[in-house]
Write a protein that binds this ligand. Structure first.
Ligand SMILES: [Zn+2]
Ligand SMILES: [Zn+2]
Length: 372
């Protein structure tokens, strides 16, 4: 193995470690070493995703995923990673030292050998790897990429090299939005699209759908988030209440009629049902939000789905194979992701960020960009 960096790199680093649910502590930990087939990434930016917050809270679906993928506490969190490859183990061919890469949050764990990976869907690999869940993630200067996942590291094109915060959120939030809007909902120009929840995924979805020529209605409880959605091209907004029995009516009114597409990023059962009932006959709904403890199921109004022949689909992050198209869109300058970034923070502020997210104070993504 080649040694990392060659820049007098210290062999210890501060890392934001989830030590128990609800508690992130900054600890000095050893810089990881890479073995055969593995890669070491020097992290430049790592987003704080709502699913990190779910894990931090101990919400069952995320804890289950962590356990299933072999992770356990304490673990360094963070799964929206962009950085530079600084060391590779024997047998690595696809990337080399100096390559700037995005680590798709939902990566192959089997070098793209399973049925799904072979069909271009490494984001639903049978042996899925998510950094910060299965192994240590990106809230530290260096992160090790396991051998089975190196195949999914995506090289960043020249035009985007200096967009670290944007690139970080393509790892999960923006990638999920692209999957939901472009691949699953297949939004067309002129369509009415409701996006419920305009955090990192939702704001990205607003930007992509607006760029595609849709009339986008952004829905959230946070008025600053709605302002950002407008800046990203939303044609209308709905200021929702925490518990909002009028949600469907508000969406339909703002859109001037039932919507062609609803994209729910909240995972909140009431919001999901409210959005679904705003979808026109023959319309589509994409679910991309995860659910919280105590509200793990959507009370599906099946009659409405049947009677209106609504198509329901899920979207889980984005397959590495689709980043060429996503990067193409960003490189053309068609979409500005600055309003999606709420605040750049240091690795020492992760616990505070989660606390703010519990109150839905943040409009957009916190991104960790300082690791000292
Ligand atoms: Zn995420
Ligand atoms: Zn696979």
């Amino acid at each position: 193995m080649k040694k990392a960096g060659g820049r007098g790199m210290s062999n210890r680093m501060p890392a934001a470690v989830l030590v128990e649910f609800g508690k992130v502590e900054v600890r000095e930990v050893p810089v990881p070493q890479v073995g055969a087939g593995e890669a070491l990434v020097e992290v430049e930016a790592c987003g704080v995703c709502r699913s990190d917050w779910h894990l931090w809270r101990g919400d069952p679906s995320l804890v289950m995923y962590m356990e299933w993928s072999g992770g356990k506490l304490p673990i360094i969190m963070g799964h929206e990673v962009v950085g530079t490859v600084v060391a590779v183990g024997n047998g690595v061919n696809g990337v080399q030292e100096g390559d700037k890469v995005v680590v798709p949050a939902s990566s192959t764990g089997d070098s793209r050998n399973c049925l799904f990976c072979r069909n271009g869907l490494s984001n639903i690999c049978e042996h899925l790897w998510i950094p910060g869940f299965g192994t240590d993630g990106g809230y530290a200067r260096y992160m090790r990429v396991p051998a089975g996942s190196v195949a999914d590291l995506v090289k960043v094109p020249e035009a985007l090299q200096d967009k670290s915060s944007w690139l970080a959120i393509t790892g999960c939030g923006m990638g999920t939005a692209f999957n939901a809007v472009v691949d699953k909902a297949q939004v067309q120009p002129g369509e009415k699209v409701a996006v419920t929840g305009v955090g990192g995924v939702g704001l990205s979805a607003v930007a992509i759908a607006a760029q595609a020529g849709a009339q986008v209605i952004a829905v959230d409880v946070n008025s600053e988030a709605l302002e950002r959605a407008k800046n990203l091209g939303a044609a209308g907004t709905v200021q929702a209440e925490r518990e909002d029995p009028q949600l469907t009516d508000k969406i339909v009114e703002a859109a001037g009629g039932p919507v062609d597409v609803a994209i729910d990023t909240t995972g909140n059962p009431q919001v999901g049902v409210g959005a679904l009932l705003a979808v026109r006959p023959g319309g589509r709904m994409v679910l991309s939000g995860l659910m919280v403890k105590g509200a793990e199921t959507l009370p599906l109004p099946a009659d409405a789905v049947v009677a209106r022949e609504v198509t329901l689909r899920g979207a889980l992050m984005l397959a590495a194979q689709r980043y060429v198209t996503l990067f193409g869109m960003l490189s053309r300058g068609d979409v500005n992701l600055d309003p999606v970034i709420y605040r750049e923070i240091s690795v020492h502020q992760v616990q505070e960020a989660f606390q703010a997210m519990s109150e839905f104070e943040n409009a957009g993504r916190f991104v960790v960009t300082s690791f000292d």
